[in-house]
Design a protein around this ligand. Structure first.
Ligand code: HGY
Ligand code: MN
Ligand code: MN
Length: 416
């Protein structure tokens, strides 16, 4: 990093202003955001992001999954670009910073390079991955997964939300279906800034998380089939109770996660009863079990254990049970050289830092399958995320974006 750029700093006020302006689009009911993927609010946020990118002199490309790529030209047009980004879609009761900090932090880094007239050898591409959350259309990181060749475009387009709408239909409806083949772009490197979404950095009093790994994940969708019956007049011995089976499976998932401590989690966030009537025992219960751990063998053992024990639980209750893996990625080791650029940047800038394993999944996990990739994290208040109360400080956002800017610059190479 040439001496001239050693003390480069981003513009904290401009970054924070952008975050707050984006947060006004798709507001939640408790101060956070509900800007779910491929909704009108998502489209509005995309248009605002595109306006900002054009004002920064970036050229926009969009692929067939709706992922947005805004390019700042490099001095060597033959050099593969350095990609840097995250996602603008949110959970239904999401925070203002999950994903958004990574996209707008990347934009702020580029705006800062423009302010200072800094040229780089490699182009830099600010990226907004479509459908990172997987809240509306499972699995999570769907578009980056298609980009990395993990899912076909057809499979992705067929994914349905709870209202039966498909990804492909909704992408057409909001007018953000691009013409680029996902994965056609070649990356020299990929960086992602993200809030930690856990309590470690704040508890340790560290400004920066140097992310070395990300834990792996299985999303197992259970469909339990019971017999619809009157909750009042059906004797207990006659019931084929899918709701009871679900409850016993949830208890078992908790037990399996606790038996595999440290560094293992398991739980359920979404469940559908059919017919979902107060006085009808459910004919069908559908829910997704989310298990995660940084250890690949443990991850697959937990999955096998849960599936076998769930079948036993259902057999004893005469409840039908089918299980479909609807989401998965192995634990990820990020690129050592890029991790070093992050650690060097934090040192150079005088920010405290800690090596950390990401608990949440990110688009960087799929980017890492097709290019050197790494992440930078900043703390979040009380480790709260996927909750409208999600909060970060302006200082934390600034520190993370300063480090992002320096690390990207080191890899994109300044041209004097
Ligand atoms: O599920 C995750 O870890 C991410 O928030 N999509
Ligand atoms: Mn995220
Ligand atoms: Mn998230």
């Amino acid at each position: 990093m040439p001496a001239s750029a050693q003390n480069l700093r981003i513009n904290p006020d401009r970054l924070w202003q952008s975050l707050m302006e984006m947060a006004e689009i798709g507001p939640g009911i408790a101060g956070g955001n509900n800007r779910q993927t491929l909704t009108d609010a998502d489209s509005e946020g995309r248009h605002l992001f595109q306006t900002w990118c054009e004002a920064a002199g970036l050229s926009m490309g969009v692929d067939k999954m709706g992922t947005m790529f805004a390019t700042r030209a490099g001095e060597d047009p033959d050099a593969d670009p350095v990609y840097v980004g995250s996602h603008l879609d949110t959970q239904p009761t999401g925070g203002k910073y999950d994903g958004v900090l990574g996209v707008l932090g990347a934009l702020e880094a580029v705006r800062t390079l423009n302010d200072l007239g800094i040229k780089t050898k490699h182009p830099i591409v600010v990226t907004n991955w479509a459908n990172e959350e997987g809240a509306r259309f499972a699995p999570a990181m769907l578009a980056s997964g298609v980009f990395a060749g993990q899912h076909s475009l057809e499979h992705a387009y067929s994914r349905q939300d709870l209202d039966g709408k498909t990804y492909g239909e909704e992408l057409e409806r909001i007018g953000w279906k691009g013409d680029e083949e996902p994965g056609a772009r070649k990356m020299a490197a990929y960086y992602e800034l993200h809030i930690e979404q856990g309590p470690i950095l704040e508890a340790e009093g560290k400004d920066i998380g140097v992310v070395t790994h990300c834990q792996g994940l299985w999303w197992l969708e259970f469909t339990l089939t019971g017999r619809e019956a009157h909750t009042g007049s059906t004797p207990m011995a006659m019931r084929v109770n899918a709701g009871l089976a679900m409850a016993r499976i949830l208890e078992m998932v908790e037990e399996v996660a606790m038996d595999n401590q440290p560094n293992a989690v398991g739980g359920v966030g979404q469940m559908t009863f059919t017919p979902n009537s107060r006085n009808v025992l459910p004919g069908s219960v559908v829910f997704t079990v989310d298990i995660r751990t940084p250890d690949l063998d443990k991850l697959n053992r937990m999955r096998a254990d849960i599936e076998a024990r769930a079948q036993e639980i259902c057999k004893a209750l005469e409840v039908g049970c089918t299980i479909e893996a609807v989401g998965h990625f192995d634990p990820v080791t990020f690129d050592g050289d890029l991790v070093t650029t992050v650690r060097d940047a934090a040192e150079r800038l005088g920010y405290s830092h800690l090596d950390i394993v990401s608990g949440a999944g990110h688009d960087a996990c799929w980017a890492a399958q097709v290019a050197p990739a790494t992440m930078i994290m900043c703390p979040c208040v009380n480790g709260i995320s996927h909750n409208e109360a999600e909060e970060i400080s302006k200082d934390w956002a600034t520190a993370g974006t300063d480090v992002l800017c320096h690390a990207v610059l080191q890899r994109a190479q300044i041209v004097e």
